[in-house]
Design a protein around this ligand. Structure first.
Ligand SMILES: *Cc1c(COP(=O)(O)O)cnc(C)c1O
Length: 188
């Protein structure tokens, strides 16, 4: 949250992911959120094959998509939504434990929420000194059965996107060399 504005509410439409690794998951898929009724109707139309409503004819008036979230998956999400506050509390409690521990090291930084914002601490991340330390940390923890991971490979370095237009990404690249994600499950 930024002040009292939830993530996804800053523009005219927000997208939420319910991918398997998220704080709430329906297995896959996600949701669009908007308070613009016309946009909502348009999105609904496009995501349900752009079929005009008619008692029997199959008339599609635009290029549409079959992006429905099946009821079974939606039910999973609804069940979890009721527990979202508890999940966030558990995530925040875990983050605090990481933070307190990390604060005892001078050369490791913990990604904490900026002032005036409230993070759900979906995934906790540490910033280590350099790539060598990062690699050592990944090796040590994974050898010990602790599932730590490097940052996702920046998309502009993947073979199929290498020639795409891009901005200056030196900060992203510098962080990529030093960042590790640490286990962040909700414990119940
Ligand atoms: C959530 C997530 C995805 C999936 O996002 P969708 O918007 O649901 O496709 C992919 N990669 C990473 C690293 C993610 O955290």
């Amino acid at each position: 949250m930024v002040g009292d504005l939830h993530t996804g509410r800053t523009g005219c439409m927000g997208t939420l992911s319910f991918n398997g690794n998220k704080i709430i998951t329906t297995g896959g898929g996600g949701a669009l959120i908007t308070d613009d009724e016309a946009l909502a109707r348009k999105a609904k139309h496009l995501t349900t094959t752009a079929k005009q409503s008619h008692p029997w004819l199959f008339l599609h008036d635009e290029v549409g998509f079959n992006y429905r979230l099946p009821n079974i998956n939606a039910a999973l999400g609804c069940g979890q939504l009721e527990q979202l506050n508890e999940y966030v509390d558990a995530k925040r409690a875990l983050a605090l434990r990481y933070q307190e521990w990390i604060d005892t090291f001078v050369d490791v930084a913990f990604f904490s929420e900026p002032t005036g914002m409230r993070s759900n601490y979906w995934l906790n991340a540490l910033l280590l000194e350099n790539r060598e330390v990062r690699d050592e940390f990944l090796q040590y923890t994974n050898d010990a059965g602790v599932m730590t991971r490097p940052m996702w490979t920046p998309m502009h370095t993947l073979p199929m996107y290498q020639n795409c237009h891009r901005d200056d990404l030196t900060t992203a690249q510098a962080i990529e060399a030093r960042l590790v994600n640490v286990p962040s499950s909700v414990l119940r």
